[in-house]
Write a protein that binds this ligand. Structure first.
Ligand SMILES: Cc1cc2nc3c(=O)[nH]c(=O)nc-3n(C[C@H](O)[C@H](O)[C@H](O)COP(=O)(O)OP(=O)(O)OC[C@H]3O[C@@H](n4cnc5c(N)ncnc54)[C@H](O)[C@@H]3O)c2cc1C
Length: 398
């Protein structure tokens, strides 16, 4: 592994040189949709040699998770160094070598609540893209009110036996392992009887049924557990202490969702995309009202980016983002829905066509429809506002 320098200027030069040498030219353009993204996992088939090379080079250097400790597959960078790495990636338009629920959600929770043995077992395969994870939280009668979940895990000595059903489990049919919230004490107050367990999706008794959407795609599944045996060694955090782990993981999920905002649309600023669709010969957006709305969206995106940067800076000084992730998640959902609407409108009659693809490869109508889920996934907009009101503004509940 490269020994990166502490001095910021030398460090930036080293990262720049490393990227120049290792990031294949084909990986220096934004990902457009699922087919361009590398999710990894046991069943992953690389879309190209360049995708394989890019993942292997980044993983060998700990750069799929630059901020994680080296002992667990990361590069041990400080948050300031991670920021430089991200800047340099963005400068050359490099796409992420690996996207994963393991990196965004489970990894941070393991780093905080896992035993050393659990960190050594689960984190390096996540960093190398060997195991693909899914999230088993929501149930048919437990979404916003997650603590109402009923999937139960019975104590059988050295293992639990899990029975129940999850829903909206993104990519459960493609995942290798699941991190799952289960009820281990049915008599305790709802949030005190939950535990956080992880297990292999190939364990006998686990089945998935993809949910087909109007788009024809199946991004999530119903997931069923029938007498699934889970060793107690797979319990993360304390028994009946799962709500603490789950809540922390949710703040990571919301931070991740918002952190991907950055005011860019498929790697390009919104004004560029709209200009191309609805600009005159000089590239000026013709309709003054549309121009005004694009400008407002760009200003709001800049404000959100500045807020994210401020929170990240706070985090580097030990002040975790915590419940403030709800502000970021809410604003990002609203902003992305606004962006997609502007692109759809700028496309004119073409925007009505399901198969209309912009010149840089972005799908218009499917992306607009997909954005509708932004204010539901990871916690709904109303629930985010409730958290802001109660926990940040300390407003009365009634
Ligand atoms: C694209 C996508 C991917 C997802 N992936 C996963 C996944 O991988 N794993 C997983 O576990 N889950 C996943 N989910 C599920 C998601 O977390 C839930 O849909 C979400 O938490 C809302 O729960 P619900 O669907 O049961 O809606 P409900 O909780 O039934 O909410 C229905 C409506 O009531 C409103 N509401 C509910 N309670 C309140 C309240 N107290 N105050 C005000 N309004 C309220 C909500 O805002 C919403 O408008 C995914 C969802 C989507 C859309």
């Amino acid at each position: 592994m490269t020994e990166f320098a502490d001095d910021p200027q030398t460090f930036r030069a080293q990262i720049r040189a490393w990227l120049e040498r290792h990031c294949p030219p084909e990986m220096r353009s934004p990902a457009h949709g699922e087919d361009d993204i590398c999710w990894g996992g046991r069943r992953w088939t690389f879309r190209s040699d360049a995708q394989r090379q890019w993942l292997n080079a980044a993983a060998a250097e700990g750069l799929t998770v630059p901020g994680w400790p080296r002992a667990y597959g990361g590069a041990g960078m400080s948050s300031a160094q991670v920021q430089v790495f991200d800047d340099e990636m963005e400068r050359i338009g490099a796409r992420s070598p690996l996207e994963s629920f393991g990196i965004w959600m489970l990894g941070p929770a393991l780093l905080k609540f896992g035993t050393d043995e659990q960190k050594r077992r689960y984190l390096p395969p996540i960093a190398r893209g060997e195991i693909r994870w899914c999230q088993g939280y929501s149930e048919p009668d437990a979404g916003s009110d997650l603590v109402a979940l009923r999937t139960r895990a019975e104590d059988r000595g050295d293992r639990y036996v899990v029975n129940g059903q999850k829903i909206w489990t993104s990519y459960a049919d493609q995942a290798d392992w699941i991190f799952c919230l289960v009820r281990t004490d049915a008599t305790a107050p709802k949030h005190r009887g939950l535990s956080f367990v992880v297990f292999d999706m190939h364990t006998p008794g686990v089945t998935t049924r993809p949910i087909k959407l109007i788009s024809g795609k199946s991004p999530f599944c119903e997931t069923f557990f029938e007498n699934v045996e889970v060793p107690k060694a797979n319990l993360i955090g304390a028994e009946n202490g799962g709500w603490t782990v789950a809540k922390y993981l949710l703040t990571q999920e919301r931070e991740m969702i918002a952190g991907r905002a950055r005011g860019l649309h498929d790697g390009r600023p919104l004004w560029q995309v709209v200009q191309e669709l609805a600009g005159d010969a000089k590239g000026r957006i013709v309709d003054p009202i549309l121009r005004d709305r694009v400008a407002r969206a760009e200003i709001d995106a800049l404000a959100l980016t500045a807020t994210i940067e401020r929170y990240v800076e706070d985090a580097a000084h030990g002040h975790e983002i915590g419940d403030r992730s709800s502000i970021l998640k809410y604003c990002n959902a609203e902003l992305n829905q606004r962006r997609q609407t502007l692109i759809l409108e700028a496309s004119g009659a073409d925007g009505l066509r399901w198969d209309f693809v912009r010149s840089d490869g972005g799908e218009v109508a499917p992306a607009w429809l997909r954005a509708k889920a932004n204010s539901i996934e990871g916690g709904t907009a109303e629930v985010m506002l409730n958290i802001v009101a109660k926990r940040l503004l300390d407003l009365p509940a009634e």
